[in-house]
Design a binder for this molecule. Structure first.
Ligand code: P6P
Length: 315
């Protein structure tokens, strides 16, 4: 069995990059332990503060952010941390070569439901600053806190999956993940249909028509409401995740954040042969202008994402 350190040394000669990923994996292992105890410790509630997005922070959002901060502060290679839970980018080391952008606990509104949530992260070269296109990422990953604790990570080659053993070791379980090109599942919050544009409406209605319509096959809809859970399902068995621009999110540019949700997820999905788009351009080509910038997100099975893009081309 391949462990994480072995895999990293085979994937990159950049020891700092390997250490950055090991730091995020260690933070993930610590967060996993905190989440397991959270209901008993009474920590699944609100922190009594709001983040820069104006969203009520859960106590575990703040705790998870502090855990990530502690691990990255101890790593001299990390120059800057961008976090969903911090209004401004934080300088950690003036000598650091790398930037980490993270959503420390995505999906935390589901915590009291014991639903899979996760830590999403992206690694960039410090030289370019935090506002670099997703294409410039050096690595990306997420830790999924579910029935098992899984680390999904990609440098520039394959997207690989590791699972945390009882002995605290990250053991590789999937060397080269592959998102099936075709799928019969889509993931979207259908309660937002009244806000959708014509492309989203057209694509979803074709799927709902199933074998009686132009899609010519039956579809299932799955929506967890936790991006890490939905994306992990797609990584493992295919499907397409959609949080498109709609008449309500258009003023903010979308719902999900570019630097620490869309870009890392697009990096991982593309590494597994999947595809990503805002509807009109590859997510990894979006030019960031703000560290908390939002963006429309459609990603997953290549054939399905291409069908969505075809709907946007008709607009
Ligand atoms: P909705 C969680 O709050 C999140 O940021 C993502 O993890 C998830 O995919 C999305 O929002 C859920 O959005 O509209 O279903 O609440």
């Amino acid at each position: 069995m391949t462990d994480l350190a072995q895999w990293l040394s085979a994937q990159t000669d950049d020891a700092d990059l390997g250490k950055a990923i090991l730091s995020m994996a260690a933070a993930g292992a610590e967060i996993a332990a905190v989440l397991r105890e959270a209901p008993i410790a009474g920590q699944t509630g609100l922190a009594g503060s709001d983040n820069v997005q104006g969203e009520a922070q859960k106590a575990l959002d703040v705790i998870s952010n502090d855990i990530v901060l502690n691990h990255l502060e101890a790593n001299a290679a990390i120059s800057i941390l961008v976090s969903e839970e911090l209004d401004e980018a934080v300088e950690l080391s003036s000598q650091g070569r790398l930037i980490v952008a993270t959503d420390p606990l995505d999906g935390s509104s589901n915590l009291d439901l014991n639903v899979t949530v996760g830590t999403i992260f992206s690694v960039l070269a410090n030289a370019g600053g935090p506002l670099q296109k997703g294409r410039a990422q050096l690595a990306a990953g997420y830790v999924a806190y579910g029935p098992a604790t899984s680390l999904v990570v990609r440098i520039e080659g394959p997207t690989s999956i590791f699972n945390l053993s009882d002995r605290g070791e990250w053991v590789q379980t999937v060397a080269d993940a592959k998102v099936p090109a075709a799928s019969g599942e889509f993931a979207i919050n259908t309660a937002r249909e009244r806000f959708w544009d014509a492309a989203t409406t057209g694509y979803v209605r074709e799927n709902i028509a199933g074998e009686t319509g132009p899609a010519g096959k039956r579809y299932n809809m799955r929506w967890v409401g936790s991006m890490v859970a939905d994306v992990h399902r797609i990584l493992m068995r295919g499907g397409v995740f959609l949080y498109p621009l709609d008449s309500e999110t258009v003023t903010k540019g979308g719902r999900l954040r570019l630097l620490y949700e869309a870009n890392p997820m697009a990096w991982l999905v593309q590494g597994a042969g999947g595809r990503s788009t805002t509807g009109t351009q590859d997510i990894l080509e979006v030019e960031p202008v703000d560290i908390h910038q939002r963006v429309p997100v459609i990603l997953g099975s290549a054939d399905e994402v291409k069908r969505v893009e075809e709907w946007y081309e008709r607009e």
